[in-house]
Design a protein around this ligand. Structure first.
Ligand SMILES: [Zn+2]
Length: 336
C-alpha cells in the first residue's frame, strides 16, 4: 500500500472512532465506564416491595445504641444473639439446638459470609429467627463514610436479596463504637445492638463449661447474650448451648429475639457501654477463617442516674434513602 494512502486510511479510521464515541455509539474502547447497577430498591425504599419480613425495631430505638433493655417487671426475658455467620455446619447445628428447645434468636450476618452460605441464611429466616447486619468485611479499622456505606448497605442489600428480609439492626464488629461504622448506622437510623452478657465464647481455649458459667453469672432480664455461630470453630458454643438454654429456662427466663426485646422495652433504651478508646488495629479480617475479636466493651452498662426524669422518646424520621451503589463483591474465602 502506498505510504500516503496508509496515512489517509489511519486518519479516516481515527476520525470515525472519535465521532462514534462522541455520539455514544458504544464502541467499547470509547464508551464511558459502566457504573455498577443501582440497588434494586430493596435498600432504597423504606419498605422493599419483595421483603416479606422487616426487622426495624421500634421507633424510639432507631439511631440508638442498646446493650440491654429495661423490660417491665416480671418479664424475665433474655435474647440470644449469634455473630459472624451464616456459616456452614456450625450454623445448622445451632439452628437444630434452637429448634429442639423452641428458642428464637437473632443472627448478625457478615455480608461476605452470607455470599458463601445463602442457603444456610434462608434456613435461619425460615426457622423464624431475627436477622441483623454485621458489616461486609468485619472491619475494625477506622472507615470513611463511603466505606461505611459499602460495609453496611451492601450487607443489608444482600440480606434482602437472599432472604427477603429488611433489617435495620446493626452490630458493630468487635463492639467498636468509634471507627465510623456506628456513626453511619446511627445517622441512617439503624439500631446498634451491643450486649450485656459476654461469655467469651470465641476465646481460643474456652470450654463450654466456662461459657455456661459466665452466661449464668451475667444474665439479667432484658439482657443480650453475645455468642458466635460463624467465623471459626464454634464447637465450644455449640456444646454449651443446650445446657445454657436449659439452665436459663430453669431460672425462669424465656427467650426473645432482638425485635421482640426492643418492643418489650418500649420506653427508654439503656445507655450502651463506654466506647473503646481506640479501634484495635488488625489486618483486614474479612475472609479469614477465624475472625479475631478485640476485647469488647465492658459487659455491664452503667445504670442511668436514678434522678433522671423519664424521657419521652422523640419519634425518629424514617430511614432516609441511601444513594449507594453495590461495591464489587469480594471473592469467597476457603472453607473453614
Ligand atoms: Zn463479629
Amino acid at each position: 500500500m502506498p505510504r500516503h494512502l496508509r496515512f489517509w486510511l489511519i486518519g479516516v479510521l481515527g476520525f470515525c472512532l472519535v465521532l462514534g464515541s462522541s455520539l455514544g455509539l458504544g464502541w467499547p474502547m470509547f464508551s464511558t465506564v459502566q457504573s455498577p447497577p443501582p440497588l434494586s430498591g430493596l435498600v432504597q425504599a423504606g419498605q422493599p416491595p419483595t421483603a416479606t419480613l422487616s426487622f426495624l425495631g421500634p421507633t424510639q430505638f432507631r439511631g440508638k445504641t442498646v446493650a440491654q433493655v429495661k423490660v417491665p417487671a416480671g418479664q424475665k426475658v433474655i435474647a440470644l444473639t449469634f455473630d459472624d455467620g451464616p456459616w456452614g455446619t456450625s450454623t445448622t447445628e445451632v439452628l437444630a439446638i434452637l429448634a429442639q428447645h423452641e428458642v428464637k434468636a437473632t443472627f448478625f450476618w457478615i455480608g461476605a459470609h452470607l455470599q458463601r452460605y445463602p442457603e444456610v441464611a434462608k434456613q435461619v429466616v425460615k426457622a423464624g429467627h431475627a436477622v441483623g447486619n454485621h458489616t461486609w468485611n468485619h472491619t475494625y479499622k477506622p472507615v470513611t463514610e463511603e466505606i461505611a456505606i459499602k460495609e453496611i448497605e451492601n450487607t443489608s442489600f444482600l440480606i434482602a436479596k437472599t432472604t427477603k428480609v429488611q433489617t435495620r439492626l446493626f452490630r458493630p464488629p468487635g463492639g467498636i463504637l468509634n471507627n465510623g461504622l456506628v456513626a453511619y448506622a446511627t445517622k441512617k437510623n439503624y439500631t446498634t445492638l451491643m450486649w450485656s452478657v459476654d461469655p467469651h465464647d470465641s476465646a481460643p481455649k474456652g470450654t463450654s463449661e466456662d461459657i455456661i458459667k459466665r452466661v449464668l453469672a451475667q444474665a439479667k432480664p432484658g439482657g443480650i447474650i453475645l455468642l458466635h455461630d460463624g467465623g471459626g470453630d464454634r464447637q465450644a458454643t455449640i456444646k454449651a448451648l443446650p445446657a445454657m438454654i436449659t439452665k436459663l429456662k430453669a431460672k425462669g427466663y424465656s427467650f426473645v429475639t432482638i425485635p421482640e426485646l426492643l418492643r418489650l422495652g418500649g420506653g427508654t433504651p439503656k445507655p450502651s457501654p463506654t466506647p473503646l478508646a481506640s479501634p484495635v488495629p488488625s489486618p483486614t479480617p474479612s475472609l479469614a477463617p477465624d475472625l479475631p475479636k478485640p476485647k469488647p466493651a465492658p459487659t455491664t452498662p452503667p445504670e442511668p442516674p436514678p434522678a433522671e426524669p423519664a424521657v419521652t422518646p422523640v419519634p425518629q424520621a424514617p430511614p432516609t434513602t441511601p444513594a449507594v451503589q453495590p461495591i464489587p463483591l469480594p471473592s469467597p474465602s476457603p472453607q473453614p
